[in-house]
Structure formats: structure tokens, C-alpha cells
Design a protein around this ligand. Structure first.
Ligand code: NAD
Length: 510
């Protein structure tokens, strides 16, 4: 299904400017280097000045100076800034969602959901500001106390991807701020307007709560601009979200200067469907994970590993559901699939489908370009399902588009081997009503991913858990659980309150 009548670029520009104004963002009068576009039409919204090396150095210097003060403010008081940010995000939820739809192409409900995720992480971080616990250990020496303290780390550089233009920033920033760090953000060059709105709201929160200037800085620009953060010794932690290619470049450069790196890279997520699965429930989970967000989530479902006894029935239901997914204007109520980010993303999708067919794959539905006449510079596509004879090279790659490869298996061991037989390790799921199968999937010799689910799809994580994955996904963890530790430094403290000086391990000296 395709919905017609797209909004025009001029109307979208006006909507974006209104939303920015309501958020209190100042739009620079001129400048080039960054082009804000909308994937809804492929049109240009405006150009913006990119950060210069001198400007970036000054922003990092301001963050470093602010860190000197911020780290001494008690964590529960730092929480007040994040609490205020959460209030402003709640007040401007609609505005931010508007910008997310205009710049990233997300349907309204998913855009609102992304902003809700920001509000949730603020709540989490405010609670955390009173729970940055260290341990007390039993000392082997009499009259001694052994414990650990967690201290602020420094300036955190956040580099984010286009597909979660606001949530990833907030996961990092809300946690880093309560941990006593200051933040410099380099958002995706594809979503500069949402970044301006977020920065303006945090600026307001900082001035409302008396936080030091420089607690947050924004650098607009592309890869060159990201490299300025990567190479700067003053940036203690670089938290980078994006492709494996980006991580390969960023990781070694940060390591070369002994900086800390938190990498959140690409996924190639799979769901195993066993014969005992509730197929109707599985279909809903699969379609949301695979076709939702037009396949542009790091956790999007890309591989379906189905037991051969239920494969035909399941695939038929999935293909049927795909045929009824409304593709088109993401603002329009009822639309479930918005545009791809660019026509280049559509080209990558087409190339992958051609490669899959050359490997013996059969495209069962999708892959067709929609609304081409209405918006030749936009990329609306029918989400694709491809039945594959084997897990070939193209299936092992992440193509950032809605392609679901279907593979079949005979034994659960074989399914798990297929599942883990890719270079990425982000999200995974199993649909089963058999407890032994579910537990095996979650066990040490089951899914090798950072996220392993039962009877839900691979996407749509909650903020309470640690988010991230293994292997080429980079190993980083953000958001909930104890992910905050990556944003702090640990000091082990031994205090002697006796009159003696016993040495550890029974060593005698003096
Ligand atoms: P991308 O790698 O093209 O860009 C991501 C960010 O990195 C951008 O801000 C970009 O300017 C910057 N960048 C690129 N090369 C750089 C370099 N050499 N040095 C410094 N900065 C550099 O990714 P994208 O197309 O925006 O996003 C899609 C990718 O992100 C997918 O692979 C997706 O799976 C991944 N992603 C992962 C997660 C996660 O949490 N694991 C979340 C969202 C997206």
C-alpha cells in the first residue's frame, strides 16, 4: 500500500523553523558546510555553518573549563540540571518529534517514542544521581578500610548517527552530566536541526539551574568535525554511535592517545522461530522489527531463522502482512513506513537485493521504489522479504534498509550456529513456547549478542537495561543498568586508622 500526497519542502521548512523557534533555538543567519535536508522530499531545508577547527577547539576548551567546576558539584545537585532537561523535553515533546520526522523520516508514533526515550533516560539519570555507588571490600589488614570511589571522568565527546538523532545523545548526555562530566556533541550531519533544538533546551536547563557555561557544547559538521573530537587529548571519553566502518576508524585513533572509547556500531540482528512458536505473535514482532523505521534501526531485524516445519506458513503470513503496510508520508496518520534517509540508501538496498538474487535468493515481496513521481529525490520503498538458500556474504552484511532474509533450520544447534555466524552481535530473539529452547538461546552457548529476547522482536529496547553489542558492534554499553560506570573513573582507597603499618601479603620492611 502506498499513501500519496506528500508535504512540500517549503511547508516542511516552515514547520521545522516553527518547532526550532518554540524550542528557543537560534538559527545561524548564514554559513555553509552542513546541509539540512528532509528525506520526506529529498529537498534542502537550509544550510548551516560547520564548526571550524578553531571553533571546535574553543568549544572543547569551554567544556574542559566547565568540568573543573561541574565535577565538584554534588551529584544529586547535578541531577537538578537533568531533571530540568527532562521537564523541557516533556514540554517540547511534540516539537522535537516534529523535527525527528522532518529530518530522519520517522513516522509520528516512532518519533514521539524516541523523544519519550529521552524523557525516560532523564528520569533514570536523576535517580542515578543519588546512586553512584562504590563498594567497600574487607581489608586483609587490621585497622584498615578498603573501598572504591567513583569520580567524574572529564569531557565526553558524543558522536551520533542519523537514525536516532535525539535519543542517543540523551542516553549519553543525561548519564554523563549526573556523573559530573561535561559533553561536546557532534551529531550526524544529516540531522543538524534536531541537534540545535536539543542543545537549546539543554542550554535553557543549564541557565535555569545555574550550571556552568560550557557544560554542553555542540559541533555541527561531518566526519572531519568528528575527527577533531576523536584526536583531542582533552576529550576523556569518545562515545561514538554509527557504522562499523566509522568504529574501525575511531577506535584505534582514540586508543592511540590512551583515550576511552565507547562504541555502538552496526547490527545484523536475527530472530529464531521454532515449531512451538505462537506464529501470530511472531508475525507481529517480526514485522515491527524488520519493516518498522523502514529497517533503519541498529536493532532492525535482518535475518529470520525459521524451523523448516513452520517456514512456509510463517513466511506466507509475513509476506501477507508486508503487503498491507502503508508506505508514504510519515506525518500522515496510518502510515507505518516512512522514507529511507536518502536515495543512496535505496541504491544500497537495490545492490543488496541483486547480490542476494545472484546467490540464489528469491525476493518474495518489496524492493520496489514508491512515490517516485511525487518525490524523485526521496526514497520510499516497499520493505523486502527474501528467501535465501544459505547465509551468504550479503546476508552477513548490515544493509541499512528494510530487507529481511529468511533462512531455514532443522535443529536448534544449527539455528544458533547460523544466528551467531555473522560478524556483528547486537540484538537477537527467539520465538518459542518451549522453555528449554528459550533458556538454551539465553545460555552461554546460545545467542552471542548484547541483547537476547524471548517472544518479542529484536528492536524497541527499554532504557532500563544496558544497551549495546559484541563483536563488530563494538562492545560498548549505554543507557541503563551500570552503563554509567563508563562515564566515571574508579579510585581504590585504602585508609589505615590504626597505629601500625602492616604490609599486605605479609611483606616485612623497615
Ligand atoms: P555513520 O557511521 O555514517 O555516521 C555516524 C556518525 O559518525 C556521524 O556523526 C558521522 O559524521 C560520524 N563519523 C563518520 N566517520 C567518522 C570518523 N572517521 N571520525 C569521526 N566521526 C565519524 O552512520 P549513520 O549512517 O549515521 O548511521 C547508521 C549506522 O549506525 C548503522 O550501521 C547502524 O547500525 C549504526 N547505529 C548503531 C547504533 C547502536 O547503538 N549500536 C545506534 C544507531 C545506529
Amino acid at each position: 500500500m502506498t499513501t500519496t500526497a506528500l508535504p512540500g519542502t517549503d511547508a516542511l521548512r516552515a514547520r521545522a523553523e516553527d518547532a526550532l523557534r518554540r524550542c528557543g533555538a537560534q538559527l545561524p543567519a548564514g554559513g555553509t558546510g552542513v546541509t539540512a535536508r528532509t528525506p520526506l522530499t529529498g529537498g534542502t531545508l537550509r544550510t548551516l555553518p560547520a564548526a571550524t577547527p578553531e571553533g571546535a577547539a574553543a568549544t572543547i576548551a569551554a567544556a574542559e573549563a566547565a568540568f573543573g567546576e561541574w565535577r565538584t558539584i554534588p551529584a544529586p545537585r547535578r541531577g537538578a540540571l537533568v531533571k530540568r532537561l527532562g521537564e523541557l523535553l516533556t514540554e517540547h515533546k511534540e516539537d522535537l518529534a516534529e523535527l525527528v520526522t522532518i529530518e530522519a523520516g520517522k513516522i509520528r508514533s516512532e518519533a514521539l517514542g524516541e523523544v519519550q526515550e529521552m524523557i525516560d533516560i532523564c528520569d533514570f539519570a536523576v535517580g542515578l544521581s543519588r546512586q553512584l555507588y562504590g563498594r567497600t571490600m574487607a581489608s586483609e589488614r587490621p585497622g584498615h578500610r578498603l573501598s572504591e570511589s567513583w569520580h567524574p571522568l572529564g569531557v565526553v565527546g558524543v558522536i551520533s548517527a542519523f537514525n536516532f538523532p535525539v535519543a542517543v545523545w540523551s542516553w549519553n548526555t543525561a548519564i554523563a552530566l549526573v556523573c559530573g562530566d561535561t559533553v561536546v556533541w557532534k551529531p550526524s550531519e544529516l540531522t543538524p536541526l534536531t541537534a540545535l533544538a536539543c542543545a537549546a533546551l539543554l542550554g535553557r536547563a543549564a541557565s535555569d539551574t545555574g550550571a556552568p557555561e560550557g557544560v554542553h557544547g555542540l559541533l555541527l559538521g561531518g566526519r572531519d568535525c568528528g575527527e577533531l573530537l576523536v584526536d583531542d587529548e582533552r576529550v576523556a571519553l569518545v562515545s561514538a554511535t554509527g557504522s562499523v566502518r566509522m568504529g574501525r576508524e575511531v577506535g584505534p585513533r582514540v586508543a592511540a592517545r590512551f583515550g576511552r572509547c565507547l562504541l555502538e556500531l552496526g547490527g545484523n540482528n536475527a530472530a529464531v522461530v521454532t515449531p512451538s512458536a505462537d506464529l501470530a505473535l511472531a508475525v507481529r514482532g517480526i514485522v515491527f522489527s524488520a519493516a518498522g523505521t523502514a529497517g533503519q534501526r541498529c536493532t532492525s531485524l535482518r535475518r529470520l531463522i525459521v524451523h523448516e516445519d513452520v517456514a512456509d506458513a510463517l513466511v506466507e503470513q509475513v509476506v501477507h502482512a508486508y503487503g498491507r503496510l502503508p508506505v508514504g508520508d510519515p506525518f500522515r496518520p496510518g502510515t507505518l513506513i516512512g522514507p529511507l534517509i536518502s536515495t543512496a540508501a535505496y541504491d544500497a538496498m537495490t545492490k543488496a537485493l541483486v547480490a542476494a538474487q545472484a546467490d540464489g535468493g528469491k525476493v518474495l515481496t518489496g524492493g520496489d521504489r514508491r512515490l517516485r513521481d511525487e518525490a524523485p529525490e526521496a526514497a520510499y520503498v516497499g520493505p523486502a522479504v527474501v528467501r535465501m538458500p544459505a547465509q551468504t556474504a550479503i546476508v552477513r552484511e548490515e544493509t541499512f534498509a528494510p530487507i529481511l532474509y529468511v533462512l531455514t533450520y532443522r535443529t536448534l544447534d544449527e539455528a544458533i550456529e547460523l544466528h551467531n555466524g555473522v560478524p556483528q552481535g547486537l540484538s537477537s530473539s527467539i520465538f518459542t513456547r518451549d522453555q528449554r529452547e528459550a533458556e538454551r538461546f539465553l545460555a552461554a552457548d546460545g545467542s552471542d549478542c548484547g541483547i537476547a529476547n524471548v517472544n518479542i522482536g529484536t528492536s524497541g529496547a527499554e532504557i532500563g537495561g544496558a544497551f549495546g553489542g559484541e563483536k563488530q558492534t563494538g562492545g560498548g554499553r549505554e543507557s541503563g543498568s551500570d552503563a554509567w560506570r563508563a562515564y566515571m573513573r574508579r579510585a581504590t582507597n585504602t585508609v589505615n586508622h590504626s597505629d601500625e603499618l602492616p604490609l599486605a601479603q605479609g611483606v616485612n620492611f623497615l
